[in-house]
Design a protein around this ligand. Sequence first.
Ligand code: NAD
Length: 495
Amino acid sequence: MTTETALFTVRRAESSLAPSFPPFGQFIGGAFVPSSSSETVDIVNPATEEVLTQVPGGTVEDVDAAVAAAVAAKDAWAAKTPRDRSAVLLKIADIIEANRELFETLEAANTGKPAAVAEDDISSAIDTFRFSAGAARAYSTLGADDYAENHTSVVHREPVGVVGVITPWNYPLLMAAWKIAPILGAGNTLVLKPSEQTPLTTLKLAELIADVVPAGVINIVTGPGRVVGNRLSEHPDVDLVAITGSVGSGQKVAAAAAGSVKRVHLELGGKAPVVVFADADLEAAAKGVRSAGFWNGGQECGAACRVLVHESVAEKFTELLVREISEITIGAPGADDAEIGSMISKAHYERVLVALDEIRKDGLTIAVGGNAIDGPGYFIEPTVVTNVPAGAAITSNEIFGPVVSVETFSNDEEAITRANETIYGLAASVWTKDSARSLTIPRKLDFGTVWVNSHLVIATEMPWGGFKGSGYGRDLSSYALDDFSRTKHVMYNRG
Ligand code: NAD
């Protein structure tokens, strides 16, 4: 479908990006090695539709070889002191920083994201490694003490062992960093499967850090979720499997993991409500939705995608929001100052267009946007949907694109009930100038992160993760170290 007005056009780069690709192969035991199969997967630039390069298709045998390498490396890595592991994490951060532009260019080429988002991704990845390097050294357990007569208790914090990691396509390197840094910091080794669509920066990281991380501590196997991801989830020698992805994939991982009773760490989808009260700074809220609803093209699990606004200010707020969203700039990577880029893939672009068709069929009003934009590339207009009744499909289905809906409510109780009426529980925001509301409402919302007068600001020191259908793992902060550790109680009889 072509846009009827020229409100949104795609800025194109004058010259195409020239990314530096990783070597071809699976990264196992500290080196790139051939896959057991000759199958390959095309890696596409979604902003131009060009095939960038290929990666191995990936097999069960590849996973088994990678797990064997991680098992072989685990005792020596676990035996290192926190200081020595921390030194490796700091070196990884330095290597990413020294190659910042290379990573930004590669990430943008593989995902179609604008420079500002790619830059933020890489800065946050660096910070994640630096934080985990410090946190791993500062992390401690209860002091030894007596809790039974003549017995002294000591609690050890141990690594879990080998961790399987499965990452999504929206922030490829950053989501890998959120896992790799605490997993290694806590003394585990890992096998990571990047999204089949966006493996390039993760493979590049493996290439550049091969000399500073002992062989087998980090292994990367590319390939489809149903083969490589499933094998990691069921593998008897994988002690914990961590996935960032959709609810459906998380359920499959947990089911496959059940056979070996391994621990599961789930960071799944979201549908974040943005609750705007009548006393809110409406302009700030509209600007907040512009940035937090459309960051990374709305392909963001915490995106501010579902506004609930008090009926008395709904008209004014919607006017402000539509004005903000009409100003959003769209561009291919390399084009100047675009706010949003393309959808990640043809398949995802088509999914978002189907969701827009359903919105039309449901009789909702598309106040701005709502269409595909002429290619090449998988671009969709930033969209605001209004006139949304309680319970409409758009209030609960994760679209994961540049689409924000607006509903109204009439009192605080209704706002809380409606905001919580979702299978997801990842993130939410509350917009109010009333101090009592700012204290009480967040406590009643069933979400792992609640912002007040803000949305999508992430701090590496603070935990990130959901409730309910959004899963139960925690990334970032020292809580991530907890999630990738096990505690052991040793009791000494002094009698
Ligand atoms: P996805 O579920 O399609 O894929 C995620 C990963 O899971 C991919 O590597 C995929 O290959 C793998 N996978 C798929 N099926 C599998 C299976 N049967 N067994 C094992 N692995 C399997 O998700 P996506 O489309 O890449 O990413 C978007 C989703 O991720 C959205 O739902 C989004 O909300 C979520 N997400 C959540 C967070 C968070 O922190 N909670 C962050 C980013 C993305």
